[in-house]
Design a protein around this ligand. Sequence first.
Ligand SMILES: NC(=O)C1=CN([C@@H]2O[C@H](COP(=O)(O)OP(=O)(O)OC[C@H]3O[C@@H](n4cnc5c(N)ncnc54)[C@H](OP(=O)(O)O)[C@@H]3O)[C@@H](O)[C@H]2O)C=CC1
Ligand SMILES: CC(=O)[C@@H](O)[C@H](O)COP(=O)(O)O
Ligand SMILES: [Mn+2]
Length: 385
Amino acid sequence: MENEQKTISILGSTGSIGTQAIKVCEALGFRVRALAARSNVSLLEQQARRLRPALLSVSNEEAWRDLRVRLADTNVEILLGTEGMCEIAAGGENDLVLNSVVGMVGLRPTLAALEAGKDVALANKETLVAAGGLVTETARRHGARLIPVDSEHSAIFQCLCGNDSKDVRRLLLTASGGPFFGRRSEELEHVMVEDALRHPNWQMGAKITVDCATMMNKGLEFIEAMWLFGVAPEQIEILVHRESVVHSMVEYRDGAVMAQLGVPDMAIPIQYALTFPRRLSCEVGTLDLFEVGKLTFQRPDYETFRCLGAALEAAKRGGLSPCVVNAANEAAVALFLERKIGFMEIARAVCGALEEVPAGDYESLDEVLEAARRAQDYVNQKISQ
Ligand SMILES: NC(=O)C1=CN([C@@H]2O[C@H](COP(=O)(O)OP(=O)(O)OC[C@H]3O[C@@H](n4cnc5c(N)ncnc54)[C@H](OP(=O)(O)O)[C@@H]3O)[C@@H](O)[C@H]2O)C=CC1
Ligand SMILES: CC(=O)[C@@H](O)[C@H](O)COP(=O)(O)O
Ligand SMILES: [Mn+2]
């Protein structure tokens, strides 16, 4: 059957991934059961009128009241906060939950979906960075699947073709290098928010775009790959590939290397996550390799992009260390976007948190949330000094 109907709930529906996912669902004729966002009530209202979901959720009370007035003529139920997202995620009618909220706030809804035995299409990489052990163990226990949406992880997932990770020698994770690749740290002290938001190849939300500029995004993706594919840190190599055409590769133990290539358009990995294991036609441009001409690969500059080294070190230390660097980064990027700190302060905050915030092993979600709170407090205190 070309178009098997699925019922999807989308967390983060007003964002870059969320809006593209809605287009994909509409093109495929999938039913959208529920939508969640933080506070963009005007876009949520438009989405609700077009898609007629049963449930909506927003994260603050003012937005919740506003949306209830806006949609008073409909029978859509409007939920509130992280609890609202968890209720949506665990809902009985979901075939799949797409988690595309930004930040660690996505962790609890991911766990709620998995605990209810629901498959999760995961764009929200912070979920796996903060608590990869807890999340993968929850998925295993409840027989639910995590399907990657992040372009590199979708590429690896496609290159694995169902092969076991024991056959994998290395994952080759590609990085664009961001807008500042080739620059030295002294040249980056005074760059502006607008400069950091100029990604060379992708249009994305503000937080991930800044993460690409510091290369923290690749550090987060390194940890995301460890959990998704069950590999050790020594088995992942990061290659700067300015063209963003090879989305990542798998090197097998017999030396064969499989790569996934395509135009840099998130419609492809989003659709694959929603239709997996089937491939359906998708309205994206064709990759013209004559136009691309050549594909280049370089080593990352760990001296300038210190967030990358901090994330890799956290990955090696394990326990709560990845949670700490992630939470410190979230806090620092928010301050940078508010123009309260400079660009290079982000790396100082992340590296400082890695060394100074206690991060042992953990067993519970509460310990993860507490470590994140300590890291955020560390950054906020450091900035106010
Ligand atoms: N954009 C991309 O191409 C890619 C993104 N990703 C990952 O996907 C995730 C989303 O990225 P992106 O779409 O770019 O981000 P955006 O900033 O564009 O969108 C974020 C979404 O999350 C919602 N949101 C933010 N905070 C909360 C909250 N506290 N409660 C509920 N909803 C919240 C926003 O709602 P509102 O609009 O109301 O603020 C919005 O819908 C990130 O983890 C990112 O790293 C991964 C690969 C590629
Ligand atoms: C589209 C996507 O998946 C982003 O994570 C993108 O890969 C960011 O690019 P870089 O981190 O390689 O700059
Ligand atoms: Mn990515």
